[in-house]
Design a protein around this ligand. Structure first.
Ligand SMILES: [Ca+2]
Ligand SMILES: [Ca+2]
Ligand SMILES: [Ca+2]
Ligand SMILES: [Ca+2]
Length: 433
């Protein structure tokens, strides 16, 4: 490619000196001067270290220099969508976050692409109105996965619709009621909102997610790696209502990258599908069931609520004697429930080796129902929010929060790891930060 370019260049330079056409000169027609042949390196754009930076709804400009513009056309694309056909870009982006900016340069058959990073800072949030509540004021959606507390916390009563269940959740965890809801197994979630935008204050954690995690006083394992007890980590997602339509749109959600986010033991784009028990389902006991063995007698159905995942895994949500109700959320009409998200590593270990002493270990930071409510471990910094490529998005604030159970694990008689939520508080309004 390079040689060909040099050859063409050589001929072109010679042609220029001699004042004759290089090619396309057939018989006795007018001499045609071929244009300068553009090379990829002839286009220069000074991209600052870390990519271009702009502000939402503010004009930004990018200058292009080229050895030649002869028969050259330019096109700019933002995340693959054409936004300009000018050589020098002058554009106003209405969407904050990380974008991919591409400059396409075409000359005849030749076409070169230059890819740049563009970060658009979100417009600042308005001041928090006087009298705003530091607590949850709305429950937009509640969809727990099958679990031992599903249909129980909060209680499902026959005929309850999704709206009724959402209201029950608000009654439990809205405002400063500090009740509790359980999200069931992996993926089960709740989406909550506020009467104002929780501000992202620089260098400070901004909100707290309350759960019912606690650390065990005793642990049969004297060399336990970290704090453990009943920690049932839930992944936290945040949405800033950038388009001000009062809803969290699909492209407004970002994940809070907690301590496990960058680790290879964490699986991104995990998918797990649960099925409602078949109409003729019969409870099944495992082959080693023994009513006299306390480590086994808790089981009442080994084949309850089958699940599969996109990693080749499958299993059930074993039903225990303590919670013998239906585990599949009864107000959901569909017979299948599919959840997608980030899968955290299993955090439960049977430290007795006999199935009677499970310790659910805490992760370092960034999850719900993972640290004590009184600790900073349950406080979240909005600056931890990342986009689907793992890049920080620096949201100015948060209007909606989604919490879902992040672990897929059944821990014997203790049941599945299921995140509980008992409230969310704006730490700045609470005067804590
Ligand atoms: Ca912050
Ligand atoms: Ca929105
Ligand atoms: Ca739980
Ligand atoms: Ca819990």
């Amino acid at each position: 490619m390079k040689n060909r370019f040099l050859n063409v260049m050589g001929v072109a330079a010679w042609a220029l000196l001699m004042g004759v056409a290089v090619a396309g000169c057939s018989s006795d027609s007018e001499p045609v001067v071929e244009p300068y042949v553009l090379a990829q390196t002839d286009i220069k754009v000074a991209e600052p270290e870390g990519g271009f930076k702009a502000e939402q709804d503010q004009l930004f400009k990018i200058q292009v220099t080229s050895v030649s513009d002869e028969k050259v056309s330019y096109e700019w694309l933002l995340d693959g969508v054409s936004i300009s056909k000018e050589k020098n870009l002058s554009y106003m982006c209405d969407k904050g976050g990380n974008h991919e900016l591409t400059l396409k340069v075409t000359q005849g058959e030749r076409s070169y692409a230059y890819v740049f990073e563009l970060f658009v800072a979100f417009a600042p949030v308005p001041e928090v109105p006087e009298g705003s509540s530091p607590y949850i004021t709305k429950v937009l959606d509640f969809c727990p996965a099958p679990g031992q507390f599903t249909n129980k916390i909060p209680e499902y009563v026959e005929g309850d619709t999704r709206e009724v269940m959402n209201q029950k959740v608000l009654d439990a965890i809205g405002y400063n009621r500090y009740g509790m809801v359980s999200l069931g197994g992996y993926g089960g979630y709740v989406v909550v909102g506020f009467d104002h935008t929780i501000q992202n204050v620089a260098d400070k954690r901004d909100f707290k997610v309350l759960g019912n995690a606690f650390y065990a006083a005793a642990n049969p394992n004297p060399n336990a790696p970290k704090k453990g007890g009943s920690c049932e980590p839930g992944v936290i997602m945040v949405a800033y209502d950038a388009n001000k339509n009062g809803k969290p749109d699909a492209d407004e959600w970002y994940e809070i990258a907690g301590s496990e986010y960058p680790k290879p033991t964490t699986i991104k784009n995990y998918e797990m599908t649960y099925r409602r028990n078949a109409a003729d389902h019969q409870p099944t006991l495992p082959p080693d069931y023994d009513p006299d063995d306390m480590n086994k007698s808790w089981m009442v159905d080994d084949t309850n609520c089958p699940w599969t995942d996109n990693q080749g895994g499958k299993g059930y949500v074993p039903k225990n004697i303590f919670n013998p109700q239906e585990y599949y959320p009864q107000w959901i009409k569909a017979d299948e429930l599919k959840f997608t998200g980030t899968l955290l590593p299993k955090n439960g270990i049977d430290e007795s080796g006999k199935g009677n002493y499970w310790v659910l270990y805490a992760f370092d930071f960034g999850y719900a129902d993972n640290g004590l409510n009184t600790d900073e471990t349950s406080d979240i910094d909005i600056d931890w929010a990342v986009d689907s490529k793992g890049k920080p998005v620096h949201l100015p604030g948060v209007d909606f929060i989604k919490i879902y159970t992040g672990v897929n694990q059944s821990c014997g008689w203790l049941g599945e790891v299921s995140t509980e939520v008992s409230g969310v508080t704006d730490l700045h309004l609470k005067g804590k930060k």
